[in-house]
Design a protein around this ligand. Structure first.
Ligand SMILES: Nc1ncnc2c1ncn2[C@@H]1O[C@H](COP(=O)(O)OP(=O)(O)OP(=O)(O)O)[C@@H](O)[C@H]1O
Ligand SMILES: [Mg+2]
Length: 502
């Protein structure tokens, strides 16, 4: 965008009651001190923004003469189209004109905003203005036109392992988020690692304290001898136990059978001795021989039935007595005592062998703990690697961006970043000329610095605005800016003179 000033008209603006300035490609304003040179660019910034050339609010009402109203109008050419802007101040009230049409302040400002913002215009128009901004605003203004280096560009400058890791992670998260994730992770894992280390240490100590002293093979050999002896004794005592319990069973069976047999015999004798009745129990008449024979027959049958019952028992008892005669009671108390003593020897050996099992389990636990410790260390190192890579990425990114910005300047050196003691990169903004900060520069040096800076801004933003170099007598030579140049110079004993060459 190309902006040119054609003409400026001042009425009752500060010391100027009525002044018209016709600008050329180059305009030179000369005159003695206090002739109104610096007032001219102020009229322009007041018209556009109501401020002086440094952006401070300005009341231009004349104080040395009477005037009803102050009026400034500026004819500009913006990319080949003429635009006439006017601002009027009457009894403290401002009025705005766009191409002579009275307009609202908001419309006026909006229209201006289409072309440039205030700080951009002032930076381009007044070479001193940029340096009055806060460093953050200065930095932002320079960087808004210098694109940050792409991730790819930064990766090229990083060691391959870091670049590969970050490229993969940045598919999912932003760099800031990654840093948050892995810083939290690192803190968590630092603690976990300490805990894991102390666990393995404790387990190791426990293992050392519980290491079995007698070799397992000798324990097992001793155990097998003893158990063999014990088992042999038990074989004998088991058989003896079977025989002895059979004898007990037979004895108690014989005892119970004898009781039942005796009882049967008694009943049998009783039945046999029964006397047959001779007379009928009802009528008292003697019974017939037939009837008596009948009664005798029934007694006989009873006796036979009892005998039938008792005889098998006698047979069974006889068989049991015969079996009993073949069995012999075995006394195994001695063997049992031996087995008990063997068992007493076996028990501590088995306990010692169990210690081995416990020891093995503890060993497994230790191995697991060592594995866990190793895994924590792996992810801890991963997070540390990522955090370091992010740090290096930022440093490289800053370096590349700083180089991009620096390449725009010829004599100025621009500092965009500073490295903190911990290696972190922090944004900053410093401009130096020949190793000197702006505040240390002489008047001419500061004008030159300002011109170089506004030239870069103008080129980068592609906005070409006239520049006003005030106090140009103090500078013997400077590089001509692209676009319109307006200069004011003190010339002793001379009235205000404005020459705009065509
Ligand atoms: N509101 C005002 N009304 C009238 N005169 C004013 C007003 N404000 C400032 N002046 C005067 O206007 C005159 C011109 O000032 P200006 O700063 O434009 O001069 P200059 O030519 O730039 O001088 P120098 O060479 O000293 O820089 C000065 O005498 C100043 O005191
Ligand atoms: Mg001046």
């Amino acid at each position: 965008m190309q902006i040119e000033f054609k003409s400026l008209k001042l009425q009752n603006f500060k010391s100027h009651q009525d002044l018209t300035v016709n600008f050329g490609e180059r305009t030179v304003i000369t005159g003695d001190n206090a002739k109104g040179k610096s007032t001219i660019p102020e009229a322009i910034t007041w018209l556009l923004y109501g401020t002086d050339t440094l952006g401070s609010k300005l009341d231009p009402s004349p104080i040395t003469y009477e005037a009803d109203e102050t009026m400034v109008s500026l004819l500009m050419d913006i990319d080949g189209t003429e635009l006439l802007l006017g601002r009027e101040l009457k009894k403290g009230k401002a009025k705005y004109y766009i191409n002579e049409v009275p307009s609202k302040a908001t419309d006026f400002n909006e229209m201006l905003g289409q072309y440039f913002n205030k700080s951009m215009f002032l930076s381009l128009f007044n070479p001193n203005y940029f340096f009055t901004l806060k460093w953050t605003e200065q930095r932002e203004m320079i960087l808004q036109y210098v694109s940050a280096p792409s991730n790819k560009e930064v990766f090229k400058e990083l060691p391959e392992a870091q670049a590969k890791k970050l490229a993969e992670l940045l598919k999912k998260h932003s760099l800031d988020d990654l840093e948050k994730i892995h810083r939290t992770n690192k803190n968590k894992l630092d603690k976990q690692y300490i805990a894991a280390q102390s666990r393995t240490k404790t387990l190791k100590e426990q293992l050392e304290n519980n290491a079995p002293k007698v070799p397992l093979e000798s324990l097992q050999a001793e155990l097998s001898v003893l158990t063999k002896q014990r088992d042999e004794i038990e074989k004998v005592t088991d058989v003896a136990g079977d025989t002895n319990s059979r004898i007990n069973i037979i004895n108690s069976k014989i005892e119970s059978l004898t009781i039942q047999i005796e009882r049967g015999r008694e009943q049998h004798a009783k039945v046999k001795n029964t006397q047959i009745e001779q007379n009928c129990y009802a009528c008292g008449q003697e019974l017939t021989e037939e009837a008596k024979a009948e009664a005798l027959k029934s007694v006989d049958a009873n006796a036979k039935a009892i005998a039938r019952n008792v005889n098998p028992m006698i047979k069974e008892r006889k068989a049991l007595r015969e079996e009993l005669a073949t069995l012999e009671y075995i006394d195994v108390s001695e063997q049992l005592e031996k087995a008990r003593k063997l068992q007493e020897q076996i028990n501590p050996i088995e306990q010692e062998i169990n210690k081995y099992k416990h020891f093995e389990a503890m060993k497994e636990q230790l191995e697991e703990a060592q594995q866990a410790e190793k895994q924590i260390l792996v992810s801890l190192n991963e997070s540390i690697f990522i955090i370091d890579s992010i740090k290096d990425f930022r440093a490289k990114e800053a370096e590349l961006q700083a180089k991009k910005v620096q390449d725009l300047f010829e004599t100025l050196s621009i500092n965009l970043f500073e490295e903190l003691k911990n290696g972190e990169i922090k944004a900053t903004f410093e401009i130096e000329m020949d190793g000197k900060g702006y505040s240390k520069l002489s008047l001419s040096e500061s004008i030159r610095a300002g011109l170089e800076l506004r030239e870069v801004l103008s080129q980068q933003s592609n906005i070409n605005v006239p520049v006003f170099v005030d106090n140009a007598e103090s500078i013997t030579k400077f590089k001509e800016p692209t676009g319109q140049l307006i200069m004011a110079r003190v010339v002793a004993e001379q009235e205000l003179k404005i020459v705009g060459d065509k």
